[in-house]
Design a protein around this ligand. Sequence first.
Ligand SMILES: [Zn+2]
Length: 342
Amino acid sequence: MKLTTSYFGCRILRHVKRDMQRLDRLGFARVVHTFSENDLFYFPETMRDIVSASHDAGLEVQLDPWGVGGIFGGEAFSRWILDEPDLMQRGASGRPLGAACLNHPRVQELVREWTLAAARTGADWIFWDEPHWSFKGPRNPAGEYCVCEHCRRVARAQAEAPGSSLPIGDDLACAPRAAVDRFRALSVIYLLGGLTRFAADQGLKSSICVLPHGTMDQPSISWAELASLPGVGEFGTDPYWQAFGFTRPDERDRFIDENARAAKAAAKQAGSETMLWIQAFRVPAAGEDDLLEGAERLVGHAPDAVAIWAFEACAHMSALACENPRRIWRRLVNLLGRELGR
Ligand SMILES: [Zn+2]
């Protein structure tokens, strides 16, 4: 079981070097560095040095398109959608939905440019982090979905494809929700398929992490199809039971088990490995025992890699920090170290 953590919020090389060496001493095999649009624009060579320092410390490196385009998970802003507002998802009311449209042809081009920059850092993997459509929230209060010209074009093409059973009809805005969700799920698979193939051409392996089933207003996507995309060597999910509101122990355990089993089954079918994530952000002091119990259950599913979001329980980032980050980090590292030693 490869122990992994994500790392972000520091671009000062001497500090990063010390942290990477510390991770190695604690038994970590890998690190996921976030590589946001901000990093792409302002830190590309710095990120190369950070990747190099991580390798020097003995860690394998995955790079995460953190918040890129608003399509991937992460607390980072997108400049692309400011520079090119036409990229944005647009609801039937005409409201821009605060993230780029997965079906916009420029998005595939832009994320490929990001991938080329990621390849230049010398990283080993791309960690495709929670690819998603705009969900109900402050940027999309009514929970609208994109009906832009590109979505309409792609939906029409999908509906008219030989053997298609997609009852989209003439107007995407009025189509049955089940058909819309099927179209949106296929769009995620299509976008990721182009990207993982392109990443493989650059010598980068792909790890895909999906949001757990039934969360964040996302359509139900075939995990088996995602896991078997070209170049995918690892597939997983992040069943953060506290963040997603599964607070009762029986709900928590069911949520963990269902998602862990589904991820492992999809990965196994595709011949890839499994990575499962543990929440180490915004954990209240009163939730620590629950977190450790759930973490132990998740590790019991024996994923090939177990990962912590994020380094030192996000102590350095006030919006994500756990209430007692030093303690929860130590407890998690002790638990996972014990599992590694078995
Ligand atoms: Zn669209």
